[in-house]
Design a protein around this ligand. Structure first.
Ligand code: UT7
Length: 364
């Protein structure tokens, strides 16, 4: 892709225009927060559980440690902790929140996690819903919140403040006897506050899914009953409902993850170019926050894009493993929302079960 020239950037309008007034609407992040649970599990701890070694895990995944929920901590605690930190960072209170969206795969019940975040925080007039899109749930939630903020502004001339989270407690669905998955997973939560901003912010979002690969990365059914006879509508109740576990064909998922994440980075840039008339290229992207599944996946995506690893977030996977929907917002919080420390274009990209994936192009 061609580089955008310095001149082209000057006259370029990164936001989207409000038709009636020709006023530019820019929507971005105004606060960041995260919550990592208290228990640290090292590779050496896992050596005692399954036939593995610290050397293998570091060489094949880049992961050294991960955090998991203690018995006195819950998925809701993580969500609330991350949300509170992001709200404090943005300087907003519970009354300011109009919409709560939570990317989550491990809540496994209703009512939604978002509704319980709303209850605990006392965001009494906020709408609340969960988004299930595998490890890409946070990206989907950001896209949905962006669209809601935009539509409320254009149609109802109303400003909206959204609280958007990525939260997962993968330890609750980890099979601790499966060395192909248990070494990868960790728990965590990340949150952002999304609002209209004066300039820059989110320039484009792109989401996609390919359910044909459902059998490569999935969890067991949550409810311990299954339809036995379709004609008689009878259900078989499992005598001792088995625990829900995550299953993954690692090598096949790996290969598709690399191709999909690289494609999505290019797709979100192309989407922005098509709308704005800019000619932004991957070279112009100052920093990428990829989903932290495996350091080798991140390295392969960076290599396909021709992007040096210094411009890619990798700390999360080393310290926290694969925290699913939480990995990108945890990364934001750690880097204080700006990967390279200077203003520039940044891309977030995630991929996971479903195979749901997506990317966000931002200007910081
Ligand atoms: O977040 C959503 C997306 N998730 C991902 O994208 C994860 C994608 N997959 C992966 O990260 C990698 O495929 C894994 C880390 C899961 C596995 O790494 P790999 O390099 O693809 O290993 P493999 O599955 O091809 O296994 C190679 C060998 C096998 O032994 P043999 O058959 O060659 O004797 C495995 O049994 O490594 C063995 N192995 C292990 N050895 C030590 C698999 N897991 C382990 C382990 N420790 N934990």
């Amino acid at each position: 892709m061609a580089r955008i020239g310095a001149d082209a950037q000057v006259g370029e309008s990164p936001g989207r225009k409000l038709k009636e007034t020709n006023q530019e609407i820019c929507i971005g992040y105004t606060g960041f927060g995260s919550y990592l649970p208290s228990i640290e599990v090292t590779n050496h701890d896992l050596e005692k559980l399954v036939d593995t070694t610290d050397e293998w895990i570091v060489r094949r995944t880049g992961i050294s440690t991960r955090r998991i929920l203690g018995t006195d901590e819950s998925i809701l605690d993580m969500a609330v902790g991350a949300a509170r930190a992001a709200m404090e960072d943005a300087g907003v209170t519970a009354n300011d929140i109009d919409d709560i969206r939570v990317g989550v795969n491990t809540w496994l019940r209703f009512p939604s996690l978002a509704s319980q975040v709303q209850r605990v925080l006392g965001c009494t007039h906020a709408s609340a819903s969960d988004v299930s899109a595998g490890c890409a749930g946070f990206i989907y939630a950001v896209e949905e919140a962006y669209n809601k903020i935009y539509v409320n502004r254009v149609r109802d001339h109303r400003k909206t403040t959204a609280l958007v989270l990525g939260v997962d407690g993968l330890s609750h669905i980890t099979d601790w006897s499966d060395r192909g998955t248990c070494v990868l997973l960790g728990d965590g939560a990340g949150a952002v506050v999304m609002q209209e901003v004066e300039s820059n912010g989110i320039l484009a979002t792109h989401t996609h899914a390919d359910g044909r690969h459902g059998c490569l990365l999935y969890s067991d059914p949550v409810i311990g009953s299954q339809l036995r006879s379709e004609s008689e509508k009878t259900f078989e109740q499992e005598p001792n409902s088995p625990r829900t576990y995550l299953h993954m064909d690692g090598p096949k998922t790996f290969a598709i993850a690399v191709k999909t994440m690289s494609r999505d980075v290019e797709a979100v840039i192309e989407k922005y170019n098509a709308r704005s008339g800019a000619s932004l290229g991957v070279d112009d992207v100052a920093f990428v926050f990829p989903h932290q599944a495996n350091l080798r996946i991140i390295e392969a995506v960076a290599a396909r894009l021709g992007m040096p690893l210094e411009r890619v977030y990798t700390d999360g996977v080393k310290k926290y493993g694969n925290t699913s929907t939480a990995s990108i917002p945890i990364g934001y919080d750690e880097m204080r929302g700006r990967g390279n420390g200077a203003p520039g274009f940044e891309v977030d990209v995630a991929f996971g079960a479903g195979f749901a994936s997506g990317a966000v192009l931002r200007r910081t």
